[in-house]
Design a protein around this ligand. Structure first.
Ligand SMILES: Cc1cc2nc3c(=O)[nH]c(=O)nc-3n(C[C@H](O)[C@H](O)[C@H](O)COP(=O)(O)OP(=O)(O)OC[C@H]3O[C@@H](n4cnc5c(N)ncnc54)[C@H](O)[C@@H]3O)c2cc1C
Length: 440
């Protein structure tokens, strides 16, 4: 896996640097000065990075497998800032040192179209980055933001390609023009694959809702079965799916949820969904027989990825229990007797989702359940408060700890506290894995 990750990073660097290397081959326009050439190089690098951004969110399985999709999205987010900075510096250098290159006016009615295209690309990219980074602050609804993001990125990219080809600097020679057009074509095909081919595949493989069951704490179990096809392939316990209900797979209204059931239960799959917002708040209204679409499975948060572990520790809070449910259900089905500790934080005893099933699973697994309550009922003998180093030390022996794999999933303050505690206990980073329930 590490080798595959390194190979992908090398491919990324190649994709970003290759256009510059090729553009410098053959007939090159006479160099002006260092700063001029530097500005051009930054422009091309920024543009190449923006192009690769499409690939990062295309959910390409071979790419996401070594890192996990959350890491890829994080990468996408930080690289967007770097690409924007490169393009801004490209523009800034020209503005400070070569004002004549920016044309006599910025009025789009009079300015050369290729310069207007460049300025439009800059504004569109900046808007795409700003609305993503500060979406919550700007009170942008998630679904609306996704539509806007796809539109801003696609239009920005088209404007940037037009700018480069229109200016023709470094790309005037026919062979280089062909290169740029081919690179652009690859990016367009990627877009078509993500927005047309993949949703088409989902449309051809619908799922049916077979049960909607209330659980504790405003949570619903939603069960699906494949409708006229074999169902999920290659699903490992703990992975997640993008789910579309009451909508088209061509829309952007899909939501990610961990699959709470085990691969051994296939073709049926179940989700545990907490009613929190616009989409999740309506799960209780869904009726058996309704159609659903899935893009799945994704994710690296799974016991199957660490076959060498002597046992497992789950440190979860609230609805973060769902991927652990999948892993525990799977271990029970496989009669896997490796020891498991589940530290499960909740506000009150009444809010502990799947509490009865977890208790029942103890008879089929070597499972130690440690409930941690913020507001315990009277007479509570168990743990209270939050996950701390001391709490973990009370339950896990120092000899065993390094051989156990730790899965963390829950509210960010909880997972941050658990990560800190495990670090203080000397756990190596590769033995601790965190799943975030928010991708952007
Ligand atoms: C890998 C993963 C696994 C998850 N597993 C579960 C699970 O098993 N059970 C569960 O209840 N929840 C799970 N979630 C969280 C779930 O996806 C969000 O709670 C849900 O999408 C919120 O949608 P909403 O419209 O109801 O809420 P809103 O109030 O509209 O949104 C609340 C917040 O959720 C995020 N969000 C909204 N829509 C999306 C979307 N389409 N994609 C990504 N994030 C979104 C946004 O940050 C938003 O601000 C998981 C999330 C991820 C990333």
């Amino acid at each position: 896996m590490r080798r595959r990750a390194a190979a992908w990073i090398a491919i990324y660097l190649l994709l970003v640097l290759a256009p510059q290397a090729v553009l410098l081959l053959g007939e090159v326009p006479p160099g002006r000065e260092f700063w001029w050439d530097f500005s051009m190089a930054l422009g091309f690098a920024g543009m190449a990075m923006m192009g690769v951004q499409f690939a990062l969110t295309a959910r390409l399985r071979p790419l996401t497998a070594p890192f996990g999709i959350d890491i890829i999205y994080l990468f996408h987010r930080y690289l967007a800032w770097i690409a924007l900075a490169l393009v801004l510096v490209h523009f800034g250098i020209l503005w400070l040192g070569y004002e004549e290159a920016l044309g006599p006016t910025i009025d789009p009615r009079e300015a050369p179209w290729e310069l207007t295209a460049g300025r439009a690309a800059l504004v569109l990219f900046a808007l795409a980055v700003i609305t993503s980074e500060w979406r919550k602050l700007l009170r942008l609804e998630y679904g609306l933001w996704r539509y806007a993001h796809v539109a801003l990125a696609t239009l920005g990219f088209a404007a940037a390609v037009a700018h480069i080809l229109g200016i023709g600097y470094f790309t005037a020679a026919p062979v280089k023009r062909v290169l740029w057009l081919s690179v652009t074509l690859v990016w367009v095909l990627l877009l078509v694959w993500v927005r047309v081919a993949k949703p088409w595949e989902q449309k051809r493989h619908p799922w049916r809702v077979v049960a909607v069951r209330p659980e504790r704490n405003d949570t619903w179990t939603l069960a699906l079965e494949p409708d006229g096809h074999a169902g999920l392939k290659g699903f490992s316990p703990g992975q997640f799916a993008w789910l579309t209900l009451r909508g088209s797979p061509f829309g952007l209204r899909e939501h990610p949820f961990s699959i709470a059931s085990a691969p051994e239960d296939l073709p049926r799959i179940e989700f545990g969904i907490k009613a929190l917002g616009d989409f999740t708040g309506r799960i209780g209204e869904i009726r058996p027989g309704e159609v659903a679409y899935l893009d799945a499975p994704y994710g690296v948060f799974s016991i199957d990825r660490v076959p060498d572990a002597a046992g497992f520790v789950g440190i979860v809070g609230g609805i973060g229990v769902t991927p652990m449910m999948s892993m525990l259900r799977s271990m029970a089905a496989r009669a896997d007797r490796r020891p498991v500790w589940l530290f499960y934080g909740n506000k009150t005893w009444e809010k502990v989702v799947f509490r009865e099933e977890l208790e029942a699973l103890r008879s089929r697994l070597d499972l130690r359940l440690v409930h941690i309550l913020e507001e315990p009922p009277e007479g509570w003998q168990g743990e209270t408060g939050h996950v701390t180093r001391e709490l973990l030390e009370r339950h896990l022996s120092p000899e065993l700890r390094p051989r156990l794999h730790h899965f963390l999933c829950g509210p960010p303050p909880m997972t941050a506290a658990a990560e800190k505690a495990l670090h203080e206990l000397g756990l190596p980073a590769h033995r601790v894995q965190t799943e975030v329930f928010e991708l952007v």
